[in-house]
Design a protein around this ligand. Structure first.
Ligand code: PLP
Length: 429
């Protein structure tokens, strides 16, 4: 199939994420990916600033990850997880429990980030049910959050960004409060958690858990906030007897500069969701971790078990490659990789703040965000970015990069400069 045929058939039959099927814009056909580069069907190579929605931390076509999958495939690609176990899953669960914030010892595997969030919410609800407090069946969350697109996850996303208005009749109703103020180093002010505390005061009898993305709110606004805010929120949860659910699907495995963003605030959540980079960007997989106390309480409740069990739960191929990804995380020295990227992002994106079309530049770990004053037209700017030889996928006013950790300083410079040139052209500056 040549590129023209492929694009035409794609437009005819394939629905892309958050895309219109009414005269859809052509997608860029990719034929292969290697290291930090995507190769297009027309032969062009793009430096990838997205790590495939933040997953491909070790780069594409990584021989170590490939080898792990090939070896596992020759044993078994999949077996059911009900009543059966296997070494890749057991090893992975043990490693995740060892590396996670203290107390998170029990691991429930699932197949995507959204499902890991569904699982977390169900754990919280079943926990309170088992304790005879079934009326604690709502979540509390902050605005500007993003937790996934399935109904349960979507219900705790920002109601405006998530267009809750389209789905109100079936969405569970939860409690919302103001998003944390921007700024990793911002000193905490007395009023910063007022709304959060008020909601807890007024409704804690009905709140099972506070769910949030620690330190970095991703797809709901690429907002970076302070460890002091997170620490205080965690203390309030304890005070009002509400579980803390940390959604580390985007921030986990070093992305924000700490292995888990909760570590910045020395916070031990009751439940934690992991996904995205867990398999180094090779396969869809996720995990929800919780404490022995929560797991035991649920297991002694009415159902005598946790009520969830996906068909592809604990998929051996995904577990094997997740173990290999953890090996690489250690052997590649992720701390240095992410620190180097952070310095490069400050250096190359920082000066953009002086452009009159730029509102703000934010960097933390391997996350670099340029917020512009006017929302960009995706189709138009995407072409300009591709013409610059970079793959960056902005949304709204947010033009950002979250590159693979293996990106060299030279490629990072080319990526940032290409992105800023495209922005300049876009705004005719
Ligand atoms: C913080 C967070 N939670 C959950 C999700 C949903 O993950 P998935 O797209 O794998 O369902 C995402 C995806 O972007 C995310 O960033």
């Amino acid at each position: 199939m040549n590129s023209e045929q492929l694009i035409a058939l794609d437009q005819q039959h394939v629905w892309h994420p958050y895309a219109s099927m009414d005269n859809p814009p052509p997608a860029y056909p990719v034929v292969s990916a290697e290291g930090v580069r995507l190769r297009l069907a027309d032969g062009r190579e793009l430096i990838d600033g997205m790590a495939s929605w933040w997953c491909a931390i070790h780069g594409y076509n990584n021989p170590y990850l490939n080898q792990a999958m090939q070896a596992q495939m020759s044993d078994m690609s999949h077996v059911m997880f009900g009543g059966i176990t296997h070494e890749p899953a057991v090893r992975l669960a043990q490693r995740l429990a060892d590396m996670a914030p203290a107390g998170l010892e029990k691991v429930f595997f699932s197949d995507s980030g959204s499902v890991a969030v569904e699982v977390a919410i169900k754990m919280a609800l079943q926990y309170w049910h088992a304790r005879g407090q079934a009326e604690k069946n709502r979540m509390l969350t902050v605005r500007n959050g993003y937790h996934g697109d399935t109904f349960g996850a979507m219900a705790v996303c920002d109601p405006v960004n998530g267009m809750h208005s389209l789905f109100t009749s079936v969405l569970p109703q939860h409690y919302f409060c103001a998003a944390p103020p921007l700024g990793f180093d911002r000193p905490l002010e007395d009023t910063d958690l007022n709304e959060l505390e008020q909601q807890l005061k007024d409704h804690h009898q009905h709140i099972a858990g506070l769910i949030l993305e620690p330190i970095v709110q991703g797809a709901g606004g690429m907002r970076i906030y302070s460890p002091a805010w997170l620490k205080t929120a965690a203390e309030l949860c304890k005070q009002y007897d509400v579980l803390l659910i940390a959604d580390e699907i985007a921030t986990g495995f070093g992305r924000a500069g700490a292995l888990f963003a909760c570590n910045y605030a020395d916070v031990q959540p009751d439940i934690m969701c992991l996904g995205k980079a867990i398999t180094g960007g090779t396969m869809s997989f996720a995990a929800t971790l919780t404490t022995s106390h929560i797991a035991t309480t649920i297991s002694r409740g009415e159902a005598s078990c946790f009520m969830h069990g996906p068909t592809f739960m604990g998929n051996p191929l995904a577990c094997a490659v997740a173990n290999a990804s953890l090996d690489l995380l250690e052997s590649n020295n992720w701390q240095k990789q992410v620190k180097d990227l952070e310095q490069g992002l400050h250096k190359h994106l920082g000066p953009a703040v002086s452009a009159d079309y730029v509102e703000d530049v934010r960097v933390l770990g391997a996350i670099g965000v340029v917020q512009v004053k006017q929302a960009v037209d995706l189709g138009r700017i995407q072409k300009m970015l591709v013409d610059e030889g970079v793959w960056v996928r902005p949304f709204g006013k947010l033009v950002y990069v979250m590159p693979p950790y293996v990106m060299s300083p030279e490629d990072l410079q080319t990526l940032c400069e290409g992105m800023l040139r495209a922005l300049k052209r876009y705004f005719n500056a």
